[in-house]
Design a protein around this ligand. Structure first.
Ligand SMILES: [Zn+2]
Length: 500
């Protein structure tokens, strides 16, 4: 370690890969979401790039040198093309080599990337980083909990800090945790050591409800109360990634106290296992969701199409809930969004105010419903639509607001926003971006598992979590995995056997 001002290298390479999804991510997939060469990352972070923006602040305060590498983030989809991964990886590794000597390498990763020919790209990247800097230089990363904590990653990095909240409202807070440990390490106050417990399970863990709310609050209290405990994290796992080490893990980072770390990770990990199957909110089908929404007396009711979530790598074009609403004659409905670039293109050619017969939705994958054939009026076109996501903005591309009409060309009271850049429904501003007042609707249909909650809860009378069709591999007991290990719950009833 050099004396005096430190030199820290930072970069980000992230996406979340649903290995069952048909949409391959090439380099343009990153460029469409976020691609920032060194020094050109914007002032506000996206989900996985907060280590860069927080690092700028920390290094400026400390008088340290921050050497920025590339930052790239692609919205979740299917496999990353081999060439896209390898060129982005080699770009960052070349920047690191040019930056040497450094005192630390801080990365913004997601942790659920799978590329053609690479089941563990982040493990590959971290191992190569370790190979470049050697065993004594600090290597750490911030991760999304929906990731795969492979042995290769754990061996290559000194420690990880993972978002605690799902919805991920805390990605900046956790980047601050990461950097606090970096500073304390480089100034000689602590020596981070990582302990991991394999929970031998996979589940979905929203922290907006119990039991995870209490679990996260307790993790934070434990971190506060014990100075030797530098960080606690739960890796939720990502069930749409068919990779050997998919599953839930508990991480404890201690100040050189592996015994304490192992004990804490196991204790908390066994608590997650004990609550298996009780973390996810209860789901209802499209029939019950629409019936309850139409019977509601307070509005707007939000129906979340939880599994057709582009944030989980699906196309986001399922029509199952929309068809049910139309079959029952629901009115005061706004659907945001259905992904259909071809239909949007047709709308742009026709222009605002035009009426046409349009086929849209359900074109990308089986079990997402049937395409919708409707007489529509094009109400609004937006060349570059975007919505709020926390303090940042999420683009959803050229978009068209269409009103569905009766054969007599009267409005049915159902409107749909069609989009071209796949994006989950983070925020009600996706509706206002196309001139729809979300508060004035009776029913809002959105596509998101839980990230919508923070922004939609305050404006909605009720939230209905709906499982409609099967756009996503949402049942780990029956998903057609080829590579995921079999000795995890619920693929196996009792993976701990007699030792549990
Ligand atoms: Zn996540």
């Amino acid at each position: 370690m050099t004396a005096g001002p430190r030199r820290v290298f930072v970069a980000a390479l992230a996406t979340e890969t649903n290995t069952f999804a048909p949409i391959v991510i090439d380099r343009k997939g990153f460029e469409d979401s976020l691609y920032a060469p060194p020094g050109q990352h914007p002032a506000t972070p996206t989900l996985c790039t907060a280590p860069i923006t927080v690092g700028r602040k920390v290094c400026a305060e400390k008088g340290w040198t921050l050497i920025e590498g590339t930052a790239a983030w692609a919205d979740p989809a299917g496999l990353v093309a081999r060439g896209a991964y390898e060129t982005l990886r080699d770009e960052i590794l070349g920047q690191l080599r040019a930056a040497l000597p450094v005192d630390a390498v801080v990365l913004g990763l997601h942790g659920a990337m799978v590329a053609q020919g690479y089941l563990d790209p982040e493990g590959d990247l971290l191992a190569r980083v370790r190979g470049i800097v050697g065993p004594d230089i600090l290597v750490c990363a911030e991760l999304d909990p929906h990731s795969h904590l492979t042995a290769k990653r754990v061996a290559a990095a000194d420690f990880f800090v993972v978002f605690k909240e799902f919805p991920h409202t805390d990605f900046v807070d956790r980047a601050e945790d990461l950097w606090r440990i970096v500073v304390d390490t480089l100034e000689g106050r602590v020596k981070p050591v990582m302990s991991v417990f394999d929970c031998r399970m996979i589940d979905v863990f929203p922290t907006s409800r119990q039991p995870m709310r209490g679990f996260v609050d307790r993790m934070m209290a434990l971190e506060r109360d014990n100075p030797r405990l530098l960080s606690l994290s739960a890796i939720h796992g990502f069930m749409a990634g068919d990779v050997p080490e998919m599953g839930t893990r508990m991480i404890a980072v201690t100040d050189n106290d592996p015994a304490l770390g192992a004990e804490m990770a196991e204790r908390l990990g066994r608590e997650l296992f004990a609550n298996r199957g009780r973390h996810m909110m209860p789901l209802i089908d499209e029939h019950e969701a629409v019936a309850r929404a139409m019977a509601a007396t307070a509005h707007p009711v939000v129906i979340a199409d939880v599994w057709d979530n582009p944030g989980g790598g699906t196309a986001g074009d399922a029509t199952v809930i929309l068809k049910e609403l139309l079959a029952r004659g629901a009115t005061g409905v706004a659907v945001g969004t259905i992904w259909d670039p071809v239909a949007v293109q047709l709308c742009f050619v026709a222009g605002e105010g035009a009426e046409l017969h349009l086929r849209f939705g359900a074109k990308s994958a089986p079990l997402t419903g049937e395409p919708c054939d409707a007489l529509v009026r094009i109400v609004t076109l937006a060349a570059d639509a975007q919505m709020n996501f926390g303090e940042s903005l999420a683009p959803f591309g050229p978009a068209a607001r269409i009103a569905l009409l009766t054969p007599e060309r009267r409005e049915t009271g159902v409107e749909v926003i069609l989009n071209t850049v796949r994006a989950q429904s983070f925020d009600p501003s996706l509706f206002s971006a196309l001139g729809i007042d979300p508060r004035a609707q009776k029913i809002l249909v959105i596509k998101s598992t839980n990230h919508f909650y923070a922004a939609f809860q305050p404006i909605s009378s009720e939230i209905l979590y709906c499982s409609a069709g099967k756009p996503y591999p949402n049942d780990p007991a029956t998903n057609p995995y080829r590579l995921v290990r079999k000795d995890i719950w619920p693929r196996m009833a009792d993976p701990f056997g007699s030792e549990a």
